[in-house]
Design a protein around this ligand. Structure first.
Ligand code: GLN
Length: 445
């Protein structure tokens, strides 16, 4: 049924870089066998899911939305894929994304933009726009994306989904093509909190192949969905009501905050004073890490290789000139500059100090609160081509970036509509408190 749906709507939505229909049917047959025997059954057995094209899938192209990796077939699976394969899930395809996960609209894919199923002229958000659109259009029951500065929560918000960024270290990054290693996390998109809980459960946990993965025991996320939020203390960060947020977003989110109160939560304001430096610090740290991570694309080890010269330097330069798109080059330039000897203290070191201050803001807030609530994105879905200034695009993540800098977990959940377009609510939880934010998300539905 899902492949049928893909045939029907994918030409309009363009969520996938690759539809793995043959594999899906094979995996579905395998799942049928498991059901027949009653053995090896998991909540995800036979469930059709889509995977962002930044997660390595053995022998299946993993493009990262880039010319550089257009024909790259990883010789191994990401840990997340190994865990999913064990459950007997069904992969319907790999999803489109901003090149190397840099962007907030999926327009920076080297191949084509993805359209928002709620209005095909609009962007689904990004960088995991394909994963969000696939679920929103009914082409998969759930999907996985990656979130470095908001790339799950912002498209979740623009596509009316539950999109969860786990605590840093909760999910293995082994086999996730690196963008900014100290910020990247894989997480799920789902239509409701229960599905998100199941999707997170399947991938969470320690992995010795990722040195930053945490040994902290994994909670039972579904068991946490009690249906009640009575007595939970929820903070509303004052600094998250910033200029530039659409009035329809502000009023929708405020109405939802009222509802949380009516449901029995103790809601009160909280201050996170360093919020205003978040985007600036992120756009030093993320490009710095990216410039280092992306140095591996030299035309020798992976992917695209310019061969039309006998000069090594020219081959490397041309490989990167042709293989990378404009936004990726901008990040590499920014990051290289910020890390260069004379500027390191002024930019990178300073940004890391801000990062610590932002983390301390959250530490203090979570002494008094179980969760925080804010808008997930400053706007509803915008028209494709509408945001041409990179700085304006960067501001899409003004509410999501602080959680990545601090390493805490966050989820965007459907909060209603403004001018017929979805508005998302963001819930932030302390480290390893995915159970708390999922419980609120579930009770809120
Ligand atoms: N939009 C942000 C960026 O371009 C975040 C992307 C992400 O989370 N991968 O860096």
């Amino acid at each position: 049924a899902h492949l049928e749906r893909i045939r029907e709507v994918e030409p309009k939505v363009k969520a996938f870089t690759l539809v793995t229909d043959e594999l899906a049917l094979e995996q579905a047959k395998e799942a049928d066998k498991r059901f027949a025997s009653g053995e090896n059954l998991y909540p995800l057995t036979g469930i059709p899911l889509a995977i962002k094209d930044v997660i390595c899938t053995k022998d299946i192209t993993t493009t990262c939305g880039s010319r550089m990796l257009e024909n790259f077939k990883p010789p191994y699976n990401a840990t997340v894929m190994e865990r999913l394969n064990e459950t007997g899930f069904v992969m319907v395809g790999k999803t489109n994304m901003d090149e190397f996960a840099m962007g907030s609209s999926t327009e920076h894919s080297a191949f084509f933009p993805t359209n928002n199923p709620w209005d095909l002229e609009r962007a689904p958000g990004g960088s995991s726009g394909g994963s969000a659109a696939a679920v929103a259009a009914g082409m998969a029951m759930g999907s996985y994306g990656s979130d470095t500065g908001g790339s799950i929560r912002q498209p979740g918000s623009l596509c009316n989904l539950v999109g969860l960024k786990p605590t840093y270290g909760r999910v293995s990054r082994f086999g996730l093509v690196a963008f900014a290693s100290s910020l990247d996390q894989i997480g799920p998109f789902a239509r409701n909190a229960r599905d998100a809980a199941i999707l997170l459960q399947a991938i969470a946990g320690h992995d010795r192949r990722d040195g930053t993965s945490s040994p902290e025991p994994v909670q039972d996320y579904e068991a946490a969905l009690s249906g009640s939020i009575k007595g939970l203390r929820i903070g509303v960060p004052e600094e998250y009501w910033v200029e530039g947020t659409q009035p329809g977003v502000v009023s929708t989110v405020k109405a939802n905050i009222e509802r949380l109160r009516e449901m029995g939560a103790e809601v009160s304001p909280v201050s996170l004073p360093h919020t205003k430096y978040g985007v600036a610090a992120y756009y030093i740290i993320a490009p710095a890490e990216a410039s280092s991570n992306l140095s591996r694309y030299d035309g020798v080890k992976y992917g695209y290789s310019y061969r039309d010269t006998s000069d090594m330097w020219e081959a490397m330069e041309k490989t990167r000139e042709i293989g990378f798109g404009a936004e990726v080059k901008r990040r590499i330039m920014l990051g290289t500059y910020a890390l260069s000897a004379g500027y390191y203290d002024a930019y990178y070191k300073r940004a890391e100090k801000i990062r610590t201050l932002i983390k301390q803001d959250f530490d203090q807030a979570f002494e008094k609160f179980d969760a925080l609530v804010s808008p997930a994105a400053p706007t509803v879905a915008f028209k494709i081509g509408e945001i041409s200034d990179p700085y304006q695009m960067y501001l899409q993540d003004v509410f999501t970036i602080p959680a990545n800098l601090a390493g805490i977990c966050g989820v965007s959940i459907p909060g209603g509509f403004s001018e017929n377009l979805p508005v998302g609510l963001q819930l932030l939880g302390n480290v390893f408190k995915e159970d708390v934010i999922l419980r609120i998300a579930d009770a809120f539905e």
